[in-house]
Design a binder for this molecule. Structure first.
Ligand code: HEM
Length: 459
């Protein structure tokens, strides 16, 4: 039985049985870790409660998985230990510096935190519009030859990479390592349609994505243990990716002045108690996590949203590509309606799962759990739970819908970059207006679970 089949079986049992809110999934357990039991949660109320309950459900497996392949690098998505608290302080200080550079006459009394503030979102939107229009200008040439545009790789992932370069301040490696060449050769051999090239800036973007991809699979796709092969591949690609961050940290003056890297460099003096070595390790971790989220998650989400909008399922749900562009093009200074549309598209069209580790032996909502048990949170299923979303298959964006596609709704692990991501995606979609349109009958193909090809054409 495949992992997907095992999860589907647990989800079906949950739907049929009603309570309890967790279903054991023995097929996901491993002989090499006999003491670790696996449970699946798929009801919105249960998933949301677990996501917000860090006292009982820890994120320490993310730290352990990272330690296997990326040395001292850690994510904010992890145990809330002293190192994480320091990383958070670094991020907030760097963000404060960026804000000061961006608008020296800071607006006082902005009720929103800096990463959600409308002024910061306007700044992100300006960069996104700029980068999107540059890419579209190059793609417009295809109008003369009639050759298609691959929305996923030539637009979504390229734009996501360029946003990471400007917002975080780190570029990808000049040369693709051997493993990337092999992975792209395999991709070109197995996938139909236009080949992917590793040349030029698009090649650098592809290299960065390909280097980050195994790490995300290893950290976020593992329920109990990943395979030795996966760990070996990930250790190799993570090492090459991290080398780019080391290079960038060595030359902070090359980073855009409004980037987080420049911010981290500028606020070093605010942390005299932190050794140079620790400052570097923790700064690199912050930059690495944020760049990874931008390059991979934003690109993936944008590709999946477009894929859903052009699909028969999108039509059945009540949304298509022109309709999506029109809805997002409507002016909304608060961005509330845009955010609802993006979140609704993520709810309907994107896929993800999260994992938690039970901290201590306990009984949770009538289910006896042992310390170390894993709980797989089925975000897609929870996002289609009729108890939380009336007519769950229909496109019905609303700001008060309990979207959990960007993780916990409250608590210490709320997604830091959600407003940044929603802003980029809104701008990216609106920028295509009159520039590129889906090819009739186009459908999104995937390669190793990431969007790979979606045919558009110059308008
Ligand atoms: C559509 C795009 C995005 C989606 C769907 C998304 C989703 C998520 C999810 C599900 C989590 C929680 C993980 C968990 O609790 O296990 C999370 C956390 C996080 N995200 Fe995002 N994310 C997105 C974009 C971004 C971007 C662009 C950034 C950075 C610029 C970012 C930075 C973070 C950080 C730092 C955390 C950890 C928060 C913490 O634990 O303190 N995310 N995100």
């Amino acid at each position: 039985m495949t992992t997907a089949d095992a999860v589907a079986k647990a989800v079906t049992a949950l739907a049929a049985d009603g309570p309890p809110p967790l279903q054991r999934a023995p097929e996901l357990e491993m002989k090499s870790a006999p003491s670790v039991r696996v449970f699946v949660a798929a009801h919105h109320a249960a998933v949301n409660a677990i996501l917000c309950d860090e006292e009982r459900f820890s994120l320490r497996h993310y730290d352990e998985l990272l330690a296997q392949v990326a040395g001292p690098t850690r994510y904010l998505v992890g145990e809330n230990d002293d190192a994480r608290k320091l990383r958070l302080r670094l991020l907030h200080a760097a963000q404060g510096h960026v804000d000061a550079v961006r608008r020296p006459a800071a607006v006082p009394n902005d009720p929103l935190p800096p990463n959600l503030a409308l002024g910061y979102r306007d700044f992100i939107a300006t960069i996104a519009r700029d980068e999107a229009s540059r890419i579209l200008k190059v793609l417009a040439v295809r109008g003369q030859t009639g050759s298609p545009v691959n929305f996923a790789r030539e637009y979504a992932f390229l734009l996501a990479y360029r946003m990471a370069r400007r917002v975080v301040g780190v570029s990808g490696p000049d040369k693709a390592p051997l493993l990337v060449w092999l992975m792209i050769a395999y991709r070109n051999w197995t996938q139909a349609g236009p080949k992917v090239s590793l040349k030029g800036e698009a090649g650098t973007a592809t290299t960065m994505l390909t280097l980050l991809h195994p790490l995300f699979g290893h950290v976020f796709g593992t329920v109990v243990k990943s395979t030795a092969v996966m760990r070996a591949i990930t250790a190799n690609t993570a090492r090459h990716a991290l080398a780019s961050f080391d290079l960038a940290l060595d030359k902070p003056h090359l980073a855009p002045p409004e980037s987080l890297l420049a911010g981290l460099h500028a606020v070093r003096g605010q942390f005299p108690e932190v050794s140079d070595e620790d400052y570097r390790v923790q700064s690199r971790s912050v930059l690495f996590e944020l760049a990874g989220a931008l390059v991979l998650i934003v690109g993936k989400s944008l590709g999946e949203i477009a894929g859903f909008a052009v699909s028969p399922q999108g039509h059945a749900a009540g949304i298509d590509w022109p309709g999506l562009v029109d809805r997002l093009a409507v002016d909304d200074p608060t961005r509330t309606s845009h955010d609802a549309v993006i979140n609704e598209m993520l709810r309907l069209g994107s896929s993800s799962q999260l994992v938690r580790t039970v901290r201590n032996d306990c009984t949770w909502q009538g289910v006896a759990l042992n310390a170390g048990d894993r709980v797989l949170l089925h975000i897609d299923q929870a996002s289609h739970d009729p108890a939380a979303f009336a007519q769950p298959e229909c496109f019905a964006p609303a700001p008060d819908r309990p979207y959990i596609t960007s993780g916990p709704l409250q608590g210490p692990h709320v997604c830091y970059g959600r407003a940044i991501a929603w802003t980029i995606m809104r701008e990216a979609i609106v920028a295509t207006r009159g520039q590129i349109v889906p090819v009739k009958g186009a459908s999104l193909s995937a390669f190793l679970a990431l969007p790979d090809n979606l045919a558009f054409t110059a308008a």
